[in-house]
Design a protein around this ligand. Structure first.
Ligand code: AVJ
Length: 323
């Protein structure tokens, strides 16, 4: 982050998280073409909008992954050693992990997320429902290296990375993440990971361009967040949402598109937009079973088993660290 932004953050008395947000926003909007990181979608409003997305008719991933976790719970639990510690990378709603907790005899649950408050609330609720389970939340950016709690030192480790969050990473970042997860979890570790599959492009298109416009509000909320947390002055009514499927790169691309020539200011920086100029806000990669298994292999993991739903919309994989 440049000295200038660091000084501004200091004078605004930003906390560490807001300072990082400020640095990334200034950097990313200074790029050509402009971009913003999808990790900043999830403030309180964004998280609530995402919950609404998961309930949309057009948005198949969440309910499909849940149905796979439910239907295959026996086979999945066979991949999870008894007494293992489950380490969840990025912990949102606990609906999915509860399915594993009900089925597998886990020794501990370690949710890892940057948002500490939310983590602690979820952890308290889980302790109530699973009194015998050790719950050890870790507040950290799960894409970087972090230390596992001492309490799980002797337990077998199983990573959990549902929701096709992997799809938000560029292929080289996905590889780096899987390698880092392997290093954090250690020799003999396993991993349960949910990955969205390539499919009919109309189905993909509709999932990211829902009729009710919830995804549009979710996308635009990142500008509201910049206004709210960084004192920006984006006119959100002067931007529109667009999601397209990029067939060559196997990914959905989400953009905010400027409706006119305009300038927005953030922390003393001016960002000018031409009419129809875009901000790339998210890529959501879709994998084939073959491409995912090649990615896993290239990142130090072996696919033990893969499960999909009847219509092959979504996939869940059990991985083991390769020797
Ligand atoms: C949270 C990355 C799985 O890519 O489908 C939903 C986020 N973006 N609608 C996805 C999202 C727009 C989502 N992931």
């Amino acid at each position: 982050m440049n000295v200038h932004v660091a000084a501004l953050a200091e004078s605004h008395r930003f906390d560490q998280q807001t300072t990082a947000f400020a640095g990334d926003v200034i950097d990313d909007l200074s790029q050509v073409p402009k971009r913003l990181s999808p990790k900043y979608f999830y403030d309180a409003t964004g998280s609530e909008l995402f919950e609404q997305i998961t309930r949309l008719e057009e948005y198949y991933p969440t309910r499909t992954e849940l149905s796979i976790l439910r239907d295959q719970s026996g086979a999945i639990s066979a991949m999870v050693p008894r007494g293992a510690a489950l380490v969840e990378f990025g912990a949102g709603a606990t609906t999915k992990v509860r399915l594993l907790l009900n089925e597998c005899r886990l020794g501990a649950y370690v949710p890892v997320d940057i948002s500490g408050d939310f983590l602690k609330a979820q952890a308290d609720a889980l302790r109530k429902d699973f009194p015998a389970l050790g719950v050890y939340p870790v507040t950290a950016d799960f894409t970087t290296s972090f230390a596992l709690p001492n309490a799980i030192g002797a337990m077998a480790k199983v990573g959990f990375f549902p929701g096709s969050t992997l799809g938000n990473f560029e292929p080289h970042e996905a590889c780096a993440f899987l390698r880092s997860a392997r290093d954090i979890l250690g020799q003999g570790a396993r991993m349960v990971i949910g990955v969205d599959l390539e499919k009919d492009e109309r189905v993909l298109y509709k999932a990211y361009n829902d009729a009710a416009g919830v995804t549009a509000r979710f996308n635009l909320n990142i500008l509201n967040r910049i206004n709210r947390e960084l004192g920006g002055n984006f006119d959100t009514s002067a931007f529109t949402h667009r999601a397209i499927y990029n067939r060559d790169r196997h990914r959905i691309e989400m953009y905010l598109i400027s409706r006119k020539a305009q300038t927005a200011r953030v922390l003393g920086h001016s960002f000018s937009f031409r009419p129809a100029e875009t901000i790339h806000t998210e890529s959501s990669y879709k994998y084939s079973l073959e491409r995912f298994s090649a990615l896993a292999r290239g990142s130090g993991w072996t696919v033990l088993e893969s499960w999909t739903d009847e219509a092959s919309m979504f996939s869940v994989h059990a991985l083991a660290v390769s020797d």
